[in-house]
Design a protein around this ligand. Structure first.
Ligand code: PLP
Length: 479
């Protein structure tokens, strides 16, 4: 597909208008002081039709969960049910203001309270904050709380946080931002935590171990109880990166496995929309002994009245976000949990794990499977065999776009060479999985017989290959 040149032309033309402002219905207010005013404001001057066609065209270039299969490992790109949107759009949720008096928003507070309780129940924890805007911010919230906990006991000796070598990059970044030095924990040949290494590096200088379970290789570490014991023995906090709970939902509770803190990405497991830097939402769940450090506000129920109120935990770490969290997405996550119920949530994890194992089994002859064991909600392949023909994971990802798919995550986790990380999620039908498997097998055959076509992909997109970092960091914006 060639991107038509005429669509790259500047559309702005002096004097063209796309808006009709209504009659002013508020008193005119005086202009700000002279020094804050400017003569010239270079905004595009375009018609309404120009604006509509421009944005509809851009939206058609985008690939989303409503366009097709999106197996982006670790990101859980599952279907966002429409019923969630309907409920989030109800005026009692959509049109309220965060500064309204509490007695006028009791329904919204009730929803937040019940969501706090549901998520604590799912995680096997005691208390929840709905503040964080996304997973990474949830991690920072949790590690700042762990820090406040240690300092609150007069323990000033803890300077380090342990992070496994398979971890998501946000984990070491979080530890560093919270003021800790990171110690990297090795994985063993099976893809589990290397217990000897953990015992060697654990000590009273360690504030926390940040662990993802199942880990980002999609593997459940059966040593979890022993890991928790080692960390707790030295007074450390076991932090759970529960960004993705798709394998454990209704099956196991991290709180019972020994985790003290767990964050949950509502935009992954709980089906609320992701967005390019857009409206994520995260919940932080903790054990009782940490509840007093939760950021404010937390919704409480005064049983006697009954009345829902916003409260400030005793030793809180402050605020992580303005107002009450990303409320629209809290409504969507609540709708999702209530629609499915406990039985439905259990089926989510069963089907997510089944789908991933089905694909893993069907692909492991063509692609190298570095950890050949049962996976959880996702699995990691390696394109080292294809590399022998000059085709890399990167090329395979690009070629999948020609077949009409969003690529999987590539080159992560870092401990797998030429990694292709695939997460089908539970919402996809078997025929979709079969079609995607067929595409990956076809690309494997191409890698052997016709590697040039894979190396030159994508051919069907408006642009081929370009510097993606520069495109994101130094965009050339124009109209
Ligand atoms: C997605 C993810 C994160 C980060 O979540 P964001 O919402 O993108 O900040 C952290 N850890 C793991 C394991 C993840 O998959």
């Amino acid at each position: 597909m060639i991107y038509p040149e005429r669509l790259l032309k500047e559309l702005s033309s002096p004097g063209r208008r796309g808006v009709i402002l209504p009659q002013m219905d508020v008193p005119e207010s005086p202009l700000p002081p002279e020094e804050y005013l400017r003569e010239d404001l270079p905004l595009p001057e375009v018609s309404e039709l120009d604006v509509v066609t421009h944005f509809v065209r851009l939206s058609n270039l985008n690939y989303g969960v409503d366009t097709g299969f999106y197996p982006l490992g670790s990101c859980t790109m599952k279907y966002n049910p429409r019923v969630n949107e309907q409920i989030a759009g109800m005026w009692g949720f959509a049109d309220i203001h965060p500064c309204q008096p509490e007695e006028t928003v009791q329904g919204a507070l009730q929803l937040m309270y019940e969501l706090q309780e549901y998520l604590a129940e799912i995680a096997g924890m005691d208390a929840t904050s709905l503040q964080p805007a996304a997973g990474a911010q949830g991690e920072l919230t949790g590690i700042l709380m762990a820090r406040a906990h240690h300092l609150g006991r007069g323990d000033h000796e803890r300077t380090h946080v342990i992070v496994p070598d398979s971890a998501h990059g946000t984990n070491p970044a979080t530890a560093h931002m919270a003021g800790y030095e990171v110690i990297t924990l090795r994985s063993d040949p099976e893809g589990n935590v290397d217990m000897l290494h953990l015992e060697e590096i654990m000590g009273k200088h360690v504030a926390a171990l940040m662990l993802t379970l199942p880990n980002t290789l999609g593997l459940f570490d059966p040593q979890i109880l022993k890991i928790a014991e080692v960390v707790h023995q030295f007074g450390g906090i076991l932090y759970g990166d529960g960004a993705n709970m798709n394998a454990l939902l209704g099956q196991a509770k991290p709180g019972q496995l020994g985790f003290d803190i767990l964050h949950l990405n509502l935009h992954k497991t709980f089906s609320t929309p992701h967005g390019g830097g857009g409206p994520g939402a995260c919940a932080l769940t903790v054990k009782d002994f940490l509840a007093e450090f939760l950021p404010e506000p937390v919704v409480a129920l005064q049983e006697t009245e009954p009345r829902y109120t916003l409260t400030r935990p005793h030793q809180r770490i402050g605020r992580m976000l303005a107002f009450h969290g990303n409320f629209g997405n809290l409504v969507r996550a609540y709708a999702y949990i209530r629609t499915l119920g406990p039985e439905g949530l259990r089926q989510v994890s069963e089907n997510a794990v089944l789908n991933a194992n089905y694909m893993q089994r069907r692909l492991r002859d063509a692609y190298r499977l570095p950890y050949d064991r049962r996976c959880m909600h996702e699995f990691v392949l390696s394109a080292v065999r294809q590399r022998a023909h000059g085709v890399r994971a990167w090329d395979i990802a690009k070629r999948l776009m020609d077949y009409g798919y969003h690529p999987p995550t590539v080159y992560f986790p870092l401990i797998v060479e030429e990694a292709l990380m695939i997460e089908p999620t539970e919402t996809e039908a078997k025929h979709t999985l079969d079609d995607f498997i067929a595409a990956l097998l076809a690309i494997d055959a191409e890698a052997e017989g016709n590697p040039e076509v894979v190396q030159a992909a994508p051919q069907t997109t408006p642009y081929g290959r370009f510097d993606e970092a520069a495109a994101a960091r130094k965009p050339k914006l124009h109209w």
